[in-house]
Design a protein around this ligand. Structure first.
Ligand SMILES: Cc1ncc(COP(=O)(O)O)c(C=O)c1O
Length: 443
């Protein structure tokens, strides 16, 4: 008898309702399938920093491959010490190793934080694709703080106040992310201080995702929320962005100072011990070098950040010259563009949501982007996130070649114009798209 056919398993209802793959992974799979099919696609959908592993980190990993035993769930002491010193020095957060928790990427640490912290999740709009699904998996209420393209989607205290005032929950967790994915914006000192005052007064716990904290473009300083609100802020970071080590899966959380922070670390350790036991030991030992104060590695971080800044600013300049609304990115490698001004022309083509817009761009212009909807903007808002990190760095060889070109002293503008074929073709596709829209007769 074939028993598999009548086997029925029950999924928890809140999981069954949300079985979709993350939009980033979905678009990536689609682009790969189109590439495999021989089609040309300009991949502006995936935010992975593509620079090579720094030779000293590759060496550190090789030297530590013999570590085979389980290690402490919180992270090895050497690494926590290096991380504490690193945050003290580079984020101006006086930190001690007992406040540091190491995890398999900041994503897993975020999920663990949402597991152990009470309260609804307050999310600025737009915000990174995984925050809301993580909360939904946990059955945690999510409240969106609205923001509009005309104000660069800036987080406003009044909107936050209104969101808290209308919440049914007594406790709240505010998720901040600066430099921001998807907008590329950074919070200035004034906003950080206002937020700190508000959160202190309203007893709101803050998770401050500062994963792009070392990837600022240099015109705005990074202000860690934990400096203004040290007793109530957990800072998240990882090696994924500034050292292009997403696949190493090493993230860190820095807990608030004081007894509340220690209580949180206890809770995180407990969950970590039950879920992943510890982060791969060789990776942790190698990460001691990544968080050490090696001048060559610090210089490499700055070099990669500068190249991200040049490439991202170039795309921003070219797209804004086409009349596309987009606030100037200040950190990371993202642009959040808005095409509301063409909403009537898009409607004539049957495009009424950002998801339909992203589909249209992929199908007709071979431009892979992510719809604003995936980041929580209202469906009819014609916003898209573009990432510059993949273009012309699709393979490791291409990434290395571009790095060497920027190192050669050649004029960066020349490199952008002459050695970025995909970037320039993508811009050309946007030009065609805008021309096509301008020629749509309106009823
Ligand atoms: C804003 C933001 N936070 C967190 C992450 C997760 O990074 P990881 O889990 O690799 O540390 C990402 C990765 O794309 C991100 O963009």
């Amino acid at each position: 008898m074939n028993r598999t056919a009548d086997w029925a398993l029950s999924l928890a209802p809140h999981i069954e309702r949300r079985m979709e793959l993350s939009p980033t992974l979905r678009i990536n799979e689609r682009v790969r399938a189109m590439w495999a099919d021989g089609q040309e696609v300009y991949h502006l959908g995936f935010g992975e920093s593509r620079f090579p592993v720094h030779p000293k980190l590759a060496q550190a990993l090789r030297e530590n491959v013999h570590h085979k035993s389980y290690v402490a769930a919180q992270g090895i002491p050497e690494l926590r010490e290096a991380v504490a010193d690193f945050y003290t020095k580079h984020f101006h957060l006086p930190t001690t190793p007992d406040r540091v928790m190491v995890g398999p990427g900041s994503k897993a640490l975020l999920y663990t934080l949402l597991t152990v912290l009470q309260g609804d999740l307050l999310l600025p709009t737009p915000s990174w694709v995984s925050y809301e699904p993580q909360a939904r998996i946990l059955g945690k209420p999510v409240r969106r703080i609205p923001a509009i393209p005309q104000e660069d989607h800036a987080l406003k205290i009044d909107a936050l106040r209104h969101t808290v005032a209308t919440s049914e929950q007594e406790q709240h967790i505010l998720l901040l992310n600066s430099p921001n994915n998807p907008t590329g914006q950074m919070m200035g000192a004034d906003l950080v201080n206002q937020l700190a005052r508000f959160c202190r007064q309203e007893q709101v716990t803050v998770i401050s995702d500062e994963i792009y904290g070392l990837a600022g473009h240099g015109d705005v300083l990074h202000h860690s929320m934990a400096r203004a609100f040290p007793e109530g802020t957990v800072v998240l970071g990882s090696l994924s962005k500034h050292l292009s080590l997403g696949g190493w899966r090493l993230g860190v959380a820095v807990a608030p100072e004081g007894p509340a922070g220690q209580q949180l670390i206890q809770a995180l350790r407990m969950v970590a011990g039950e879920l992943w036991s510890c982060v791969a030991a060789p990776i942790q030992y190698a990460a001691v070098t990544a968080y050490g104060d090696d001048p060559e590695i610090l210089a490499y971080i700055q070099e990669c950040t500068r190249i991200h800044a040049l490439r991202t600013r170039y795309l921003w300049q070219q797209l804004t010259a086409l009349g596309i609304r987009c606030s100037q990115p200040r950190g990371g490698f993202y642009l959040f563009i808005n095409l509301d001004r063409w909403a009537p022309q898009l409607a004539v083509r049957g495009i009424r949501t950002s998801t339909q817009l992203a589909e249209h761009l992929l199908e007709h212009y071979r431009l892979a982007t992510l719809p604003g909807e995936a980041f929580g903007t209202p469906a009819p808002e014609m916003s898209l996130r573009l990432s510059t990190s993949y273009l012309d760095m699709e393979s490791d060889d291409q990434a290395l070649a571009l790095l060497e070109l920027f190192r050669s002293g050649m004029d960066p503008q020349h490199i952008l114009q002459e050695h970025h074929p995909s970037m320039n073709q993508a811009i050309e596709q946007f030009r065609r798209f805008v021309l096509d829209l301008d020629s749509v007769p309106l009823p």
